[in-house]
Ligand binder design. Structure first.
Ligand code: NAG
Length: 249
């Protein structure tokens, strides 16, 4: 009897644990019940769609063709290099910028199996379908820096140049001075250190970790002001509301 109860409890616990670690199915843009499609999109070779936005001079007149990759909690509209450069600078230098919604963000289809390599190949496919030529620039902002790292590693022959703007790095990336990686890892707030440990060592627990309420999780995801320096706090209000035009809460 006690054995049976134990087995039932165990099954109940496993069912609960499974629910807690498994993300809910995504709402696909353009599918019944999903959000509408408003952006231009390309179809990738595996059938997924990638949404994009073009800005700057027409691409056939451009001297610099840039693929821009947004950061955390952002989308194709959040192009810091376009919003901080004046129209004159963009025109006189001949800059064309195409920004993407990373897979799973905005109107791009999710890709739960994505890897640094698949993201780089997505960008290469975008560049080819948009006919950007044999070489183009990649710029990644914040967490978009991770995608630029993948481009440098997997499609270096396609890059005219690469820039990482205030990138979020992977502390396990090789070829960085290990004392520097270690120092910056421990410069982070404790909840962020734990969030990265979970993602690195127990990736299958990531969804649970990011949604549980027992321990503090990523400060960025929690929009915690603790990560900001005084200067950030002073400048912050200038960016408040910049996403309101296109954001659906
Ligand atoms: C890491 O080690 C190198 C070489 O010993 C040294 O020049 C550098 O200052 C160190 N960096 C940090 C952040 O400790």
């Amino acid at each position: 009897m006690a054995g049976k109860i134990l087995v039932i409890l165990l099954i109940g616990f496993l069912a609960f644990a499974y629910q807690a670690i498994k993300p809910p199915p995504p709402k696909i843009c353009g599918s019944p019940g999903g959000p509408p499609i408003t952006a231009p999109r390309i179809e990738l070779s595996d059938g997924r769609h990638l949404a994009y936005k073009e800005q700057g001079v027409p691409k056939d007149e451009a001297k610099y063709k840039i693929v821009f990759i947004h950061g955390f909690d952002c989308c194709r509209h959040d192009v810091v290099i376009a919003s901080t450069l004046s129209h004159d600078v963009i025109e006189s230098l001949g800059i064309y910028i195409v920004s993407i919604d990373r897979p799973g963000y905005g109107e791009s289809d999710p890709h739960p199996q994505r890897t640094p390599k698949s993201l780089a190949l997505d960008i290469e496919e975008l560049a080819d379908q948009l006919e950007l030529g044999s070489k183009f620039y990649v710029v990644g902002f914040s967490m978009g820096g991770q995608v630029v790292w993948g481009c440098l590693k997997y499609i270096p022959h396609r890059l005219a140049g690469a820039a990482l703007l205030t990138p979020v790095v992977n502390y396990w990336w090789p070829s960085f001075p290990s004392n520097l990686s270690t120092k910056s890892y421990y410069d982070q707030l404790l909840p962020d250190q734990w969030t990265l440990r979970v993602a690195h060592y127990l990736p299958w627990l990531t969804y649970w970790w990011n949604t549980q309420k027992y321990f503090p999780s990523s400060s960025v995801a929690a929009h915690s002001p603790d990560i900001f320096k005084t200067q950030d706090m002073q400048l912050g209000p200038r960016f408040d509301g910049s996403q309101e035009k296109y954001r659906v809460w």
